[in-house]
Design a protein around this ligand. Structure first.
Ligand SMILES: NC(=O)c1ccc[n+]([C@@H]2O[C@H](COP(=O)([O-])OP(=O)(O)OC[C@H]3O[C@@H](n4cnc5c(N)ncnc54)[C@H](O)[C@@H]3O)[C@@H](O)[C@H]2O)c1
Length: 249
């Protein structure tokens, strides 16, 4: 018996990095995965690779910050599989700026994708998740727990995501819904490779966001996503767990 046999899981951000690794992990454990991402071709490739490896997956192109796009993705999942057991909100973006130079446009964009996107997906999926007594896994960050330099909008979005997670956990917990958060740090992905020290910034502050030993791959965060989305975590609700190589230890 696999942990996700007969389970339907929608994963956002599934075109790459932690989202793709989570979709693959859940499919390997028997889940039917709805792979959602704004990158249409890349997310189609994720689903194709899962199917070629013997798993079950479909891809849906969706901008999680757009309510109409979110509705169509949840409708698409239900049309294909008839139910939803878990929603993993993994899509996210980041910018690195000195906070005194951060534009309102960038602030709004990061909040729209990382925080409003997870809210829209969760709210839209909620009736289906309540029907299945399912769960939500939100991708927060060490930046949502402690101070990170140069990521004011990102950090605010990830802190907000923790608060949103706890709200869902308490408000709907008695109806059987669980909501938990994963807080990665130092995970090697495209987002990680995007890092650029802002002009004039103090490079010594980088020590605040370094792992104790080494950077690791997205499968390390995916393992935690799969655990929290599975029945192994049936008694865990309203929790956030770091997977950061000890960065915040
Ligand atoms: N890599 C790390 O060390 C790290 C640390 C903390 C948190 N995280 C979080 O993990 C999540 C995954 O990041 P990653 O490191 O795998 O980076 P990534 O850039 O590889 O993945 C992010 C995915 O989100 C998708 N996406 C972006 N905007 C979208 C939108 N509007 N609608 C739908 N999809 C959209 C991208 O296309 C991409 O596939 C993010 O929420 C990120 O904040 C990552």
């Amino acid at each position: 018996m696999n942990r996700f046999d007969d389970k339907v899981v929608l994963v956002t951000g599934a075109a790459g990095g932690i989202g793709k690794a989570s979709a693959e992990r859940i499919a390997q454990e028997g889940g039917k995965v709805v792979c959602v991402d704004i990158q249409a071709e890349a997310v189609e490739l994720t689903a194709k690779q899962i199917r070629e490896a013997g798993g079950e997956a479909i891809a849906i192109a969706c901008d999680v910050s757009d309510p109409a796009s979110v509705s169509s993705s949840v409708d698409g999942a239900i049309a294909e599989y008839g139910k939803l057991d878990s929603l993993c909100n993994i899509a996210g973006i980041v910018h690195f700026d000195n906070t005194h130079e951060l534009t309102l446009e960038k602030w709004n964009k990061v909040l729209a994708v990382n925080l409003t996107g997870a809210f829209l997906m969760s709210q839209t999926a909620l009736p289906h998740l309540l029907a299945s007594r399912g769960n939500i896994v939100n991708m927060s960050s060490t930046a949502g727990i402690a101070g990170h330099p140069w990521t004011a909008a990102y950090s605010a979005s990830k802190g907000g995501l923790l608060a949103l997670t706890y709200t869902f956990a308490v408000e709907y917990g008695k109806q059987g819904l669980r909501a938990n958060a994963v807080c990665p740090g130092s995970v090697k992905t495209a987002m990680h490779d995007q890092f650029r020290l802002p002009e004039g910034a103090d490079a010594k502050l980088l020590q605040r966001i370094m792992p104790l030993d080494t950077f690791r791959g997205p499968e390390t965060a995916a393992a935690l996503v799969a655990f929290l989305a599975s029945e192994d975590a049936a008694h865990i609700n309203g929790e956030s767990v770091r997977v950061d190589g000890g960065t915040l230890a």
